[in-house]
Write a protein that binds this ligand. Structure first.
Ligand code: HEC
Length: 483
């Protein structure tokens, strides 16, 4: 069931301008930055715990060498998380508002105070981190530990708060019917996602510290071995990963899980990459490093960190991909249209809400092609490009014109991870003509196609497809068969 549209902020699909990133599809522009950002942020959060642990080892006399490692790791941590983390973080806000202001707008609107809380935690993390960086060597042992504890708790807190918002996008849970912020926040994937990410944080921090340790001059091999062994317990939580992963999958909606476990080739491949990489890192960390007390040199640590980066990328891709066709499940499609709007947009047209002209309008020989380009921009371009990533030309350029019409009209049946087509029959024909024109490499002359019989056919196909997303549509079809 979809939430009451009247309760949602009234964003029209194209109330805000969108940016075109050329061959990079829009979703990828956010995702690409997001992978860097998540990787750095998780490293910084795990780093807080790791530094606290090492500071405690140093102060309790268990490991006198720890103090030297702390100061070097901290410098790397500050650089990576404060400089690169901030750049990628701000970059994500920029791309998010350029790609889908309604999605990020809905997130801010629903979770106003939670965002505020998250930002305060982040602010505390930055202040504590900077204070430690600047004054750490002048502070007493107790003050150092306190500052690192504040840094770690604030870092973990920012993960805690953002995790509720991000997992809500995939599994909004009881929020969908009740509208309760806390039901949305502590949604079905909140805990598996939080615990999973926490494990990743610890592992990334340990790998980062191992790289720094190997790069530091002035340690003997034996001293490095001792410190590495102190790092090795940070890999132990990886033993819980298969269980956390299974819990995460079990908490997802069945169709999302289906894409990952064989339904979509790309997503299944990424799932296997993420699982295989994690098994490799976990196996190495737990068996070679912790049990057998082997030495991990800089090259191995760097290689494992690179693999962890790949696994993070694959994991984020899966998390984003499994949500399709939604950016907020049951509530908002990836192209910023709500499920409730589909039926009315089929009457009024999606272009009626789009006040933004084409940047290169004079390149199109007819008004219909301009319209087609605009329909593509509104309904398809968040997940497709014409000739770049996930290119419509490659996917459907070759199809006969009737097949193009039919499959676009039945979009949610063509692939369940696409939303239903949300425009009029005339707009659909304009889109199909536009894709055909692109396929012929934009000839200077192109006939307009305004045959009423064709429009009637398309209208019929749209009606057959229904305005619902695939699972709901199948459910309805099933109940009709039963009758
Ligand atoms: C939520 C994201 C999303 C949106 C929005 C979307 N698509 Fe897709 N579409 C995909 C994905 C993912 C694929 C799978 C690509 C693949 O198989 O390589 C796909 C595949 C396709 C295919 C190939 C289907 C097949 O079975 O071979 C066509 C045609 C297509 N899309 C057309 C469109 C058109 C036209 C629009 C806009 C009206 C659109 N899509 C909107 C995500 C989307």
């Amino acid at each position: 069931m979809a939430p009451d549209p009247a309760a949602l902020p009234n964003f029209l699909p194209s109330a805000y301008p969108v940016n075109d990133y050329g061959p990079i599809m829009k979703g990828m522009a956010i995702g690409g930055l997001g992978i860097f950002h998540v990787f750095l942020a998780q490293f910084a959060i795990g780093g807080g715990f790791l530094l606290f642990w090492f500071e405690w080892l140093a102060q309790s006399g268990r490991e006198p060498l720890a103090r030297r490692l702390i100061d070097s790791v901290f410098r790397v941590l500050i650089f990576l998380s404060f400089v690169l983390g901030a750049l990628t973080g701000v970059g994500m806000w920029l791309t998010s508002i350029q790609v889908s202001a309604p999605t990020i707008g809905l997130m801010v609107d629903e979770f106003h105070w939670i965002w505020a809380t998250e930002w305060i935690f982040f602010w505390i993390e930055v202040v504590a981190g900077y204070a430690f960086f600047r004054y750490g060597d002048r502070l007493s042992g107790r003050e150092r530990l306190t500052l690192l504890a504040i840094y770690s708790i604030a870092g973990f807190g920012s993960l805690f708060w953002i995790n509720g918002i991000l997992s809500w996008q995939l599994t909004p849970g009881g929020w969908v019917t009740s509208g309760s912020i806390w039901e949305g926040f502590f949604n079905p994937t909140f805990w598996p996602s939080l615990l999973f990410r926490t494990v990743v944080c610890l592992v990334l921090a340990a790998l980062g510290a191992a790289i720094v340790l190997n790069a530091l001059p002035g340690f003997s091999r034996e001293e490095r071995e001792r410190l590495l062994h102190q790092l090795s317990p940070f890999f132990l939580p990886m033993l819980a990963m298969p269980i956390l992963g299974a819990w995460y999958l079990a908490a997802m909606p069945a169709d999302s899980r289906g894409w990952i476990l064989g339904g979509s080739m790309v997503m299944t491949m990424f799932f296997n990459i993420a699982a295989g990489s994690s098994a490799l890192i976990g196996g190495y960390g737990v068996i070679a490093l912790w049990r057998q007390k082997n030495y991990m040199n800089g090259a191995t640590a760097t290689l494992l960190a690179a693999i962890a980066f790949g696994a993070t990328g694959a994991g984020e891709f899966i998390r984003e991909g499994a949500r399709k066709p939604y950016s907020v499940r049951e509530t908002l499609y990836s192209n910023a249209i709500t499920p409730a709007q589909v039926a009315s947009l089929r009457e009024t047209g999606v272009l009626a809400t789009d006040p933004y002209p084409l940047r290169d309008a004079s390149d199109y020989p007819t008004e219909q092609l301009r319209e087609g380009r605009l329909v593509y921009r509104n309904l398809c371009s968040v997940c497709h490009t014409i000739r770049g990533a996930n290119a419509l030309d490659a996917l459907m350029g070759d199809w006969a014109i009737e097949q193009k019409r039919l499959n676009v009209a039945m979009l949610q049946w063509t692939e369940g991870f696409m939303p239903p087509f949300a425009g009029t029959a005339e707009e659909l024909e304009a889109l199909v003509q536009y894709i055909a024109w692109e396929h012929k490499h934009r000839p200077a002359a192109w006939p307009e196609s305004r045959d009423p019989a064709v429009f009637a056919e398309i209208r019929e196909a749209l009606k057959r497809a229904g305005p619902h997303p695939a699972p709901r549509a199948q459910e309805l079809a099933g109940s009709e068969e039963a009758r």
